[in-house]
Design a binder for this molecule. Structure first.
Ligand SMILES: Nc1ncnc2c1ncn2[C@@H]1O[C@H](COP(=O)(O)OP(=O)(O)OP(=O)(O)O)[C@@H](O)[C@H]1O
Length: 610
C-alpha cells in the first residue's frame, strides 16, 4: 500500500473561473425555470429567520409595554413560521429536478466530448482516464453545484440581515464576530483545495478497484478465476486498492477534524463573550429584554450564517474544483489534429505509406521503421509477419487511430491528416483482430456496421448470409431480435422475458464479418485475422467468399494462415517494423526467403498430420 501523492495537482484561479462559468451555463441551459424558482425560494428562505427575529423582538417589547398591541406581530410570526417550514421542501424538490436535468445534459456533453477525440491516444493515458472518471462522477453530482449557489446566496443574505440587526445593538460585537469568521473561511478554503488534490491523487486506486470488481463480477473472467482459484487473490488486491484510498481519506478527515474543532471553540468563545456583555448591559439598563433576545438571536444568527456561508463557499469551491475535470474533458483538444474542411473522394489510385515511422509514445520502441508501401486501387494486398511485427498497428494508422510519428500516409495523394476523420472512416470497412461482441440483439450486432441498415431486415440478412451466419440467427427464439447476451433483458417486459443467447467464438467471428460486409460499398476493406476462430470448413468457406468479394476491390488482408493469403495480388512480409520482402506467392516461394520458410513450415505441419 502506498500513500497517495497529494497536492501535485494544482488548479489555478483561471481554471476555477472557467469551471464556474461552465457550471452556470450548464445549470441555466439545462433547467432555466427550475433554477430561477430555486434562487427565488432560497432568497425567501434566507429572509424568513431575519423576519422571525425582528417579529420576536417586537412581540417581547410590546408584551413588556403596557397596552402594546401584539396581535399583528404574533400573526406575522405564525405566517413566517409556516412559510419557513414549507420553503425547504420546495427548494429540495427543485434542487433534485435541476440535478437530474443538468446531470443528463452534462453526461451527454461529456460523452460527446470523449467521442470527439479523433484517435486512441487519450484512452491509453491513465491521467486522462482518471479525469474522465472524475468528470463522469461529477455529472452525477451537479446538484451540489446548485447547493453551492443556493448556500452562498442564502447564507450571504441572512448574514447581511443579521449583521444589520447586530450593528444596531453593538458595532463592536459585529466586528468581533466577523473577524472571528476570517480564519474559518481561510481554513475551509485551504482544506477544500487539499481535499480536491487528495481526490485526484486517489482516483487511480478507485479505477483499479473498479477493474478488479468488474473481473470478479463479470462473466468474461469467471471461468479462469474459478479454475485457477484466483478469486480470493483478486479480491485481496481489490480491497488493497480501497484501503489505499481510505487511508488518504482518513488522513484528510483527521486534518479537517483538528482544524474544525479549533474553529468551533473560537466561535463558542466569541458567542460567550457577547452573551456576557449583553447580560451586563441589560443589568445596567442599557438594553431592554427585547434587545437582549434580539442580540442573542443576532449573534447566533450571524455565527450560523457565517458558518453556513463559509461552508457553502468551501463546498462550492470543492465542487468547482471537482468540476474542472468535467470542463477539462469537455474543452479538451482532440488528441490528433482534426481537419474540419476537406473531403474523402472515392479511391481511384490507391493508398501509399511513404517512409512511415511509428511508435506509441516517446517512451516506447519503434514499431514501424520507415515503411514504404502502396495498396493500389482494386488490388488485394496481404500483410504477413511474426507476432508483434506491427501488422495491426499499421491497420490502426490506416484508420487514423494514430498519426505516423514520421512520414505520411496518402489517400490518392492526399495526406490522411487533411481529411476529416469521419469522412475517411466512412470510406473504410474492417474486421478487427479484437472485434467487438456487443451485448445487444443479433440485428444490432450486424446493423452497427452501417446504421442506415439497422432497420432494413433485407440488408442485415444479406450480410449475414454472406458471412455464413444467417441460418444460425434465423433459428434463434426471436430471430434477429434475439439478444446475444445473458446480461440484460433487452426490450423485454418482466412478465415475458426474452432469453438471451450466447454465441460461440467462431459464430461471433462470422457476425463481425457480417458487420463488415454491411459496409461493402466502401473503398478499402481491412481484414485483420478474419478467420482466426473458424473451424476448417468455415474457414475455407469464408476465404472462398472473401476471395470472391475481394476481386477487383481494394483490400488489406492480415493472416497467419499463409494458405489464406496466397492468392493476394501482393504479399508483404513485415519484420521488425520493416518490409523484408514482397511479391506474389509464387515469386516469394521462388525467392526462398522468410515467407517461403514460414509457408513450408505450415505446409509441413499439415502434411505431418495427414
Ligand atoms: N496500444 C499500444 N501501446 C503500446 N504498444 C503497443 C500497443 N499496441 C501494440 N503495441 C506494441 O506494438 C508492437 C506491434 O504490435 P501489433 O499488434 O501491431 O503486432 P502484430 O503484428 O499485429 O502482432 P500479432 O501477429 O500478434 O497480432 C508490439 O510490440 C506491441 O507490444
Amino acid at each position: 500500500m502506498t500513500d497517495a501523492p497529494e497536492g501535485d495537482h494544482r488548479i489555478g484561479m483561471r481554471e476555477l473561473r472557467a469551471s464556474a462559468a461552465e457550471a452556470v451555463t450548464l445549470l441555466w441551459s439545462a433547467a432555466t425555470g427550475e433554477l430561477a424558482g430555486f434562487l427565488i425560494l432560497t432568497v425567501a428562505s434566507a429572509a424568513a429567520p431575519i423576519a422571525t427575529a425582528w417579529l420576536t423582538k417586537l412581540v417581547i417589547d410590546r408584551l413588556t409595554t403596557p397596552h402594546g398591541g401584539v396581535a399583528g406581530p404574533a400573526l406575522g410570526m405564525i405566517v413566517t413560521g409556516l412559510v419557513a417550514a414549507a420553503l425547504p421542501v420546495a427548494v429540495q424538490y427543485l434542487r433534485a429536478r435541476i440535478g437530474r436535468s443538468a446531470g443528463r445534459t452534462a453526461t451527454g456533453r461529456l460523452f460527446a466530448a470523449a467521442e470527439r477525440q479523433v484517435g486512441l491516444r487519450n484512452f491509453e493515458d491513465p491521467a486522462f482516464l482518471d479525469r474522465l472518471r472524475l468528470a463522469q462522477e461529477g455529472t452525477g453530482r451537479v446538484a451540489e453545484l446548485v447547493d453551492g449557489l443556493g448556500g452562498i446566496l442564502g447564507g450571504g443574505l441572512s448574514l447581511v440581515g443579521f449583521i444589520g440587526s447586530l450593528l444596531v445593538l453593538s458595532p463592536a460585537m459585529t466586528v468581533l464576530v466577523l473577524l472571528a469568521a476570517v480564519p474559518a473561511l481561510v481554513a475551509e478554503l485551504v482544506l477544500s483545495r487539499r481535499r480536491s488534490a487528495m481526490e485526484w491523487a486517489v482516483e487511480q486506486y478507485y479505477r483499479r478497484e473498479y477493474f478488479y470488481s468488474q473481473l470478479l463480477t463479470g462473466v468474461a473472467a469467471a471461468t479462469e478465476i474459478r479454475l485457477f482459484g484466483i478469486g480470493r487473490f483478486l479480491r485481496g488486491r481489490m480491497i488493497d486498492e480501497r484501503r489505499s484510498a481510505d487511508a488518504a481519506h482518513d488522513r484528510m478527515d483527521r486534518r479537517e477534524l483538528r482544524v474544525q474543532g479549533g474553529l468551533t471553540a473560537l466561535s463558542a468563545a466569541v458567542a460567550g463573550a457577547g452573551l456576557w456583555w449583553a447580560i451586563m448591559a441589560a443589568r445596567r439598563g442599557q438594553l431592554s429584554i427585547g434587545d437582549v433576545s434580539m442580540f442573542l438571536a443576532a449573534v447566533i444568527g450571524v455565527q450560523a450564517a457565517l458558518a453556513s456561508l463559509t461552508a457553502a463557499i468551501a463546498n462550492g469551491q470543492a465542487r468547482l474544483l471537482a468540476f474542472t475535470h468535467y470542463v477539462a474533458v469537455v474543452r479538451a483538444e482532440p488528441d490528433l489534429p482534426r481537419a474540419e474542411q476537406g473531403s474523402a473522394p472515392r479511391l481511384r489510385q490507391g493508398i501509399e505509406l511513404r517512409d512511415v515511422w511509428f511508435r506509441y509514445s516517446d517512451d516506447h520502441p519503434w514499431v514501424l521503421r520507415g515503411l514504404d508501401l502502396t495498396i493500389p486501387y482494386g488490388h488485394a494486398v496481404a500483410l504477413v509477419g511474426l507476432n508483434g511485427a506491427g501488422k495491426s498497428t499499421l491497420v490502426k494508422l490506416l484508420c487514423r487511430m494514430y498519426d505516423p510519428t514520421k512520414g505520411q500516409i496518402l489517400w490518392d495523394g492526399v495526406d490522411l491528416r487533411a481529411i476529416p476523420p469521419e469522412l475517411l472512416r466512412e470510406r473504410i470497412s474492417a474486421v478487427f483482430q479484437d472485434h467487438m461482441k456487443y451485448d445487444m440483439t443479433a440485428g444490432d450486432n450486424i446493423g452497427l456496421g452501417d446504421l442506415t441498415a439497422l432497420d432494413d431486415a433485407g440488408r442485415l440478412e444479406d450480410a449475414a448470409k454472406r458471412a455464413g451466419i444467417h441460418d444460425r440467427l434465423a433459428e434463434l427464439p426471436r430471430g434477429y431480435d434475439t439478444p446475444l447476451t445473458r446480461m440484460f433483458m433487452i426490450g423485454a417486459d418482466k412478465d415475458d422475458p426474452v432469453t438471451g443467447v450466447v454465441l460461440s467464438g467462431g459464430q461471433w467471428q462470422r457476425l463481425a464479418l457480417a458487420r463488415a460486409f454491411l459496409r461493402d460499398d466502401r473503398d478499402l476493406m481491412i481484414l485483420d485475422e478474419p478467420s482466426s476462430g473458424l473451424d476448417p470448413e468455415a474457414e475455407h468457406e469464408v476465404h472462398t467468399r472473401m476471395r470472391e468479394y475481394r476481386a477487383g476491390r481494394t483490400s488489406l488482408l492480415i493472416s497467419h494462415r499463409l494458405s489464406a493469403v496466397r492468392d493476394a495480388d501482393r504479399i508483404v512480409v513485415l519484420a521488425d517494423g520493416r518490409i523484408v520482402e514482397q511479391g506474389t506467392h509464387e515469386a516469394l516461394l521462388a525467392a526462398g526467403g522468410d515467407y517461403a520458410r514460414l509457408f513450408q513450415l505450415q505446409a509441413a505441419g499439415y502434411q505431418e498430420a495427414e
